[in-house]
Design a protein around this ligand. Structure first.
Ligand SMILES: *Cc1c(COP(=O)(O)O)cnc(C)c1O
Length: 352
């Protein structure tokens, strides 16, 4: 079997339900590789959750979430050079009634307002992320344009929760909106904790705050899914034997294990990017040093431990070295693979 993601569907869904309960009126996010599960599957899950709105990353991704029949919010802010349904005739197959654009520049808001179609829009405000968003100095111009669009609320894309509480920033932004005499009744946010949301529920009682959640929703229960690869070959080797594209020498007696999963799947020398703790980051740095000296830790586990790449991953397989002190796997054995879920293209996703 190729590089596979096995999902314990009941466990996965139980986690989604728990997140839905603790976050309230959330907007699931389905973008990129669908967090490893695939966009079309996330659309099915969002429908089963019974939420009213699903967010995608880009207009192109709308094509893959057709199974969801509620409102679709596009997180990438609209630009005049995008070919978008309902504004310039692009055909992504979503009725304009269900499509909600994100708008992050005053000139784009003007253009959409002038289109005469009254598109549904969420206005994004520039946050400490400094990615996209209107500045507070733009707000004076917004009021006159709101009648010509269907305004669905404000959006704040905030840094990850590890960077400190977001409550103050959200409150300050809403205060600026209120000072500009603009409606403050609806707000979409990213990366707020359930605790921060309940704090805001008290300090901004007249604002409905809807969190947009991807990682915590789909990937929050790591026991609900498992990435695994299959051993295709095992070759006994002696210290000094040459192997591989680069004809390196094996460092000692042991085995070379050929396993499914290579650069095509996103298997790389780097450690998964979502490793969080200081200790793990220190380990990742150490691996960088190892990589410089020609060795890197692979994501493939043998005997309960991640093993060294024998050489950088090939396109569809990887070569792993294990010393004789480790029992080599057999052809056909499954190996656990510790991969970043948003970085990996699985050949198969199995739902049990
Ligand atoms: C990706 C994204 C999210 C979801 O982020 P997660 O960390 O996966 O929860 C929310 N809002 C915006 C604007 C995004 O681009």
């Amino acid at each position: 079997m190729p590089l596979t993601l096995s999902v314990d569907t009941a466990r996965w869904r139980a986690h989604q339900e728990r997140v839905l309960t603790s976050y309230g009126d959330l907007v699931p996010v389905a973008k990129g590789n669908g967090y490893g599960f695939g966009l079309s599957r996330l659309a099915v899950e969002a429908k089963a959750l019974g939420v009213g709105m699903l967010a995608v990353g880009t207009y192109d991704e709308l094509r893959d979430v057709q199974a969801f029949d509620g409102d679709l919010l596009v997180l990438t802010p609209w630009r005049p050079f995008f070919d978008v349904p309902g504004t310039s005739g692009g055909g992504v197959g979503v009725p304009t009634e269900r499509l909600v654009h994100t708008v992050s520049r005053i000139e784009d808001l003007k253009e959409l307002a002038d289109a005469g179609t009254r598109p549904r829009v969420v206005l994004e405000l520039l946050t400490s992320m400094r990615r996209h968003g209107l500045r507070s100095s733009d707000l004076a111009e917004v009021g006159a344009l709101l009648d010509q669009v269907r305004f669905e609320g404000w959006a704040l894309h905030l840094p990850l929760p590890t960077s400190g509480s977001h409550v103050t920033e959200v409150e300050a932004q809403i205060a600026q909106v209120a000072a500009a005499k603009l409606p403050t009744d609806r707000l979409f946010v990213s990366h707020l904790t359930a605790g921060e949301l309940s704090t805001l529920g008290r300090s901004l009682p007249d604002t409905t705050v809807r969190p947009r959640v991807g990682t915590a929703l789909w990937l929050g229960d790591r026991t609900a899914y498992r990435a695994h690869a299959t051993v295709l070959d095992v070759h006994p080797v002696s210290r000094g034997d040459r192997f591989g594209y680069r004809q390196r020498r094996v460092p000692g007696d042991g085995s070379l294990v050929v396993v499914t999963g290579g650069t095509t799947h996103g298997i790389a020398l780097e450690a998964p990017s979502h490793v969080g703790s200081m200790r793990e980051r220190a380990k990742t740095l150490a691996q960088g040093a190892i990589e410089a000296s020609g060795k890197a830790l692979s994501p493939f586990g043998i005997g309960g431990q991640r093993r060294w790449f024998a050489e950088p991953p090939h396109m569809q397989v990887s070569l792993i070295y294990v010393p004789t002190s480790v029992t080599a796997p057999a052809v056909g054995d499954e190996l656990d693979v510790n991969v970043g879920m948003t970085l990996t293209n699985f050949d198969e996703v199995e739902f049990s």
